[in-house]
Design a binder for this molecule. Sequence first.
Ligand code: ZN
Length: 263
Amino acid sequence: MKILICTDLEGISGVCVWEQTRDRTSALYQDARRLLMGDIAAAVEGCLEGGAEDIIVSDGHGGGFNIAPEMMHPRARYFTGRNRRPLSSWAEMYQGVDGAILLGYHAMAGTSDGILRHTQSSLGGNRYWYNGRECGEIAQSALLYGHYGIPIVMVTGDTAAVREARAFLGEEIVTVAVKQSFGEEFGLLLSPEAAHEAIRVGAREAIARCGACQPFTMDLPIQGRLRLGDKVRADAHQPRRARRVDDCTYEAVFDSALEIYEF
Ligand SMILES: [Zn+2]
């Protein structure tokens, strides 16, 4: 069995302020990287216990260069680096994957209680709708993997992120909340050790559910809408092919889930 672990940083155990996720020169970001590696190791352990033979980690936060190599679990391989491959090449990269784990994800922009909640841009205030339903990064990632027939089998993050995951992906998936959100940069956190135990047990269970979880898809074509945080940002926005419908909003029609970022 081949499992993909897709990582973000904002929902990793022990991460709760923006400073841990933005400035790569800050000591707090270095802490966050170590915390990320701890959650990854726990997820890999759980996958192995569940019977996974091939485990690929995909480094997803920011530009996608967050992994501390010396801390990577020896049984996992990982995608990282700069200039990520286009979405159209994911079929080749993720060939034969039976299920994906979204590790360290966060709630969408506008969520009242999500720690570090945002959608794509943590500074721009971006909000995305597809076929009239507002989506955050959990649904966006699920749509992309769903295009390739890969189901999401587990999501970790704060209580708001896992609530959002279940609303989109159903009750079959495993969710692990490693912190309870009480505000944008404030929450009640598990210790990393306790979080790792919950992630390990969850990942083991998630492997058993690969067959029960369905790939996440939407009716095509997808009617897309992107709202920028303010008019200045919308003026500066260079859409690839969307049309502007008001001061802050762009709309586009997508024939494939692979196009959902092409505003
Ligand atoms: Zn992120």
